[in-house]
Design a protein around this ligand. Structure first.
Ligand code: PRP
Length: 211
C-alpha cells in the first residue's frame, strides 16, 4: 500500500480552520469542499489517461484524455458526502457510487446500511472519500467491499488519519493495489476513538447531530 500525506501550506491552512471548534457549520461545509479540490488534485496524480491527437488552431499535437471507463468516486455516507463536490469538480466525468456506513459508538465496529454501486468494478479506478480515518474499521470494510466487486485499483482520500488507522488499512489490504492519501496524519486516538487533535465528528459538523 502506498501512503501519502499532503504537504502544502494551503491545505494546512484550510485544515486549521476546519479543526477550529469555533468554525460554524456553513463555513465548515464550504471549506471541506474547497479542501477536497486541493486533495483531489494531489491524489489523482496516477489517474488513468489515454494519449490522443488533436489539432490546435496552429498545428497537430498530442495530449491525453481521461481513460474509459470513467473513474468511480465513492463517498462513504454521511461525512464523505461533504467531500464529493470538491472531487467531481476536478473530475466532472466521474461516476459516483454510494456506501453508507456507521461506526457503533460502543463496539467501534462499522455496519453497512446502504449501498448503490455498480455490480462489477473490474477495470475501474475507484476513489473512496471519507474525511476521518480513525480506527480504520470503516475504510477497511469499504475497500473490502470494492475489491469483492472486482475493483483492482483503489485510492482512499481522507482529510485526517491516525497511525493506528493506517496500520489497520495496511494489514487489511495486504498486497492489493491500494493508495491512501491523507490531508494530515494526526497523533492518534483518544479513549472514545476520536482522532487527536482531529476536528471532532466530521459528520456532525457537516450535517448536525440529529441522526
Ligand atoms: C465516522 C467517519 C468515518 C468513521 C471513522 O463516521 O466519517 O466513516 O467514523 O471511524 P473508524 O476509522 O474508526 O471506522 P460515522 O460512523 O460517525 O458516521 P457519519 O459519517 O454518518 O457521521
Amino acid at each position: 500500500m502506498r501512503v501519502f500525506v499532503a504537504d502544502h501550506p494551503l491545505i494546512t491552512h484550510k485544515l486549521t480552520v476546519l479543526r477550529d471548534k469555533n468554525t460554524a457549520q456553513p463555513t465548515f461545509r464550504s471549506l471541506t469542499e474547497e479542501l477536497m479540490t486541493l486533495l483531489a488534485y494531489e491524489a489523482t496524480r496516477d489517474v488513468s489517461v489515454t494519449p490522443i491527437e488533436i489539432e490546435t488552431p496552429v498545428a497537430r499535437t498530442t495530449g491525453v484524455r481521461l481513460s474509459t471507463p470513467a473513474p468511480l468516486v465513492v463517498p462513504i455516507l454521511r461525512a464523505g458526502l461533504g467531500m464529493l463536490e470538491g472531487m467531481v469538480k476536478m473530475i466532472p466525468t466521474a461516476e459516483v457510487g454510494f456506501l453508507g456506513m456507521a461506526r457503533d459508538e460502543e463496539t467501534l465496529l462499522p455496519t453497512t446500511y446502504a449501498e448503490r454501486l455498480p455490480e462489477r468494478l473490474e477495470g475501474r479506478q475507484c476513489f473512496v472519500l471519507d474525511p476521518m480515518l480513525a480506527t480504520g474499521g470503516s475504510l477497511a470494510a469499504a475497500i473490502d467491499f470494492l475489491f469483492a466487486r472486482g475493483a483492482e485499483d483503489v485510492t482512499a482520500i481522507c482529510i485526517l488519519g491516525t497511525p493506528e488507522g493506517v496500520d489497520t488499512i495496511r494489514n487489511a489490504v495486504g498486497d492489493r493495489n491500494v493508495t491512501l492519501f491523507l490531508g494530515a496524519l494526526d497523533e492518534g486516538l483518544d479513549e472514545h476513538a476520536f482522532i487527536v487533535p482531529g476536528l471532532g465528528d466530521a459528520g456532525d459538523r457537516l450535517y448536525g447531530t440529529n441522526t
